[in-house]
Ligand binder design. Structure first.
Ligand code: SF4
Length: 462
């Protein structure tokens, strides 16, 4: 009999990927995904430790789930609860101690063992299991082939963990050291995704451009070589990758940006700060000028490259001059989009113990100033596309009847009126308006074979 598993995913794209793979792992036990926790036989919280108060949010969610679990028991049924991901890795024992409803705790590197753990607690109602090892085996060798239905775009994890130890970041502690999947395994998974209809793959890794997977020639391949190999897959129209560290952006990858048409001209390249003093305190191991020179080289290779970044404001000891240096860098580079956050201490990281934490009101004011500038840059970038014809890969039906939505090469959402059969196809679209978070477009030319109903009269998008 089919059982239902509900997975709630917090955080980054890698957790989205991991959640799908956990669902794949559970399929042989008869578990099928469900959209709501009510009625689920197994609920998995796939947690993230990046945001502030991450653990508190998990504990309050577990409190709500406990009520569901009790109600299920009162009705003569059983609901299992598992906590996975980075909070589980960091605070697994505490979760078991504080949340009696939890049956299973497992870290990001052990979810290939999830089916065995679930089978054990299904057999033994008293069992409570925890597995937060960094196992010697590679979990990818033990995962089944992907079963979860894919759309037009998909994530593919190629690298995990990080050896860089930025002083604000928990990743090296929760995900462990850098590991890269072999080229053959990545190519095989990409081939299966494309055969299932995927047209765009985003390669994932905590520090994805540190990729150094075993190549079929017995040598280590870096990300640039992997991208070139993936671009040879017939039917794979677009490749992206995230998230990168400036220090790991090598010549081969920069050249790939200029030479591989499938590699999209949009790069998320976190800089975090424009102050050398703060960058050193963050252990980023590059200067603001290093970042400027790198961007110059990337834009020489691919002149239309659009950049995105991460920023942390109010890092311990950050002065007004340091913050001004960040604004200066942002003004000089010009970002198409960005993510910016106030610094908040992560337990166990070096910066959390710094004695020079900044007051919240200072952080608030700086964040507001930076976000105003970044929003203006994003707005200007989007408005510059108005009148241009962009190749848009349509991914889904829009919110309104007769509307389809896709992405430009620069990762902007684009809405246009068109038939659903455009989904999965890359179509030239004339941008007619820039909205707050998306572009509105018109199909630029009748699409071959679709001329009867792709002529656009009016767009009706959000
Ligand atoms: S490079 Fe990225 S993942 Fe690695 S420690 Fe720094 S911020 Fe964290």
């Amino acid at each position: 009999m089919d059982k239902k598993v509900y997975v709630k995913t917090y955080g980054c794209q890698m957790n989205v990927y991991d959640s799908m793979r956990m669902t794949d792992v559970l399929a042989p036990l008869g578990y099928r995904p469900t959209e709501v926790p009510e009625g689920a036989d197994l609920v998995i919280l796939n947690t993230c430790h990046i945001r502030e108060k991450a653990a508190e949010k998990v504990f309050s969610e577990l409190g709500r789930l406990r009520l569901l679990k009790d109600a299920r028991r009162a009705a003569g049924g059983r609901m299992l609860i598992a906590v996975a991901g980075c909070v589980a890795q960091a605070q697994g024992e505490e979760i078991l101690a504080r949340a009696p409803g939890v049956d299973i705790v497992l870290g990001p590197q052990t979810y290939h063992r999830l089916a065995d753990m679930v089978a054990t607690v299904e057999r033994d109602a008293k069992a409570r299991l925890i597995d937060t090892d960094f196992p010697v085996e590679d979990k990818f060798d033990f995962l089944p082939e992907e079963r979860t239905p894919q759309g037009v775009t998909a994530f593919l994890t190629i690298q995990e963990g990080c050896d860089r130890f930025c002083t604000f970041c928990v990743v090296p502690y929760t995900r462990g050291g850098e590991q890269s999947r072999p080229v053959a395994a990545v190519v095989a998974e990409a081939g299966r995704l494309v055969a299932a209809g995927v047209r765009e793959i985003t390669l994932l890794g905590q520090n994805v451009n540190a990729y150094h997977g075993a190549g079929p020639d017995g040598r280590e391949w870096r990300l640039g070589a992997l991208v070139r190999r993936l671009a040879e897959i017939d039917g794979l129209d677009r490749i992206r990758y995230t998230t990168s560290h400036p220090r790991d952006m090598d010549d081969e990858l920069i050249a790939a940006h200029g030479e591989v048409p499938a590699l999209m001209p949009f790069l998320h390249l976190p800089v975090q700060s424009g102050s050398d003093r703060v960058l050193a305190a963050m252990n980023r191991r590059h200067t603001a000028d290093d970042y400027r020179r790198l961007v110059d080289r990337l834009r020489t290779a691919r002149p239309d490259l659009a950049l995105s970044s991460d920023f942390i404001v109010g890092f311990p000891g950050e002065t007004d001059q340091d913050f001004a240096a960040t604004l200066k860098l942002v003004n000089e580079i010009g970002f198409a989009q960005a993510f910016s956050f106030k610094y908040s201490p992560r337990p166990g990281t070096p910066a959390a113990d710094s004695p020079v934490q900044l007051p919240e009101d200072v952080k608030d004011a700086r964040l507001a100033g930076l976000q105003q500038l970044l929003r203006a840059q994003q707005d200007a970038f989007n408005h510059r596309q108005v009148g241009a014809v962009l190749p848009v890969l349509f991914q889904d039906a829009g919110r309104h009847d007769g509307q389809v939505v896709g992405r430009s090469p620069y990762l902007q959402a684009v809405h246009a009126v068109g038939p659903r059969r455009l989904i999965g196809r890359t179509v030239p679209v004339r941008v007619v308006a820039a909205l707050t978070n998306s572009l509105r477009g018109e199909i630029a030319d009748p699409v071959r074979g679709d001329s009867d109903d792709t002529t656009v009269e009016e767009t009706v998008c959000a």
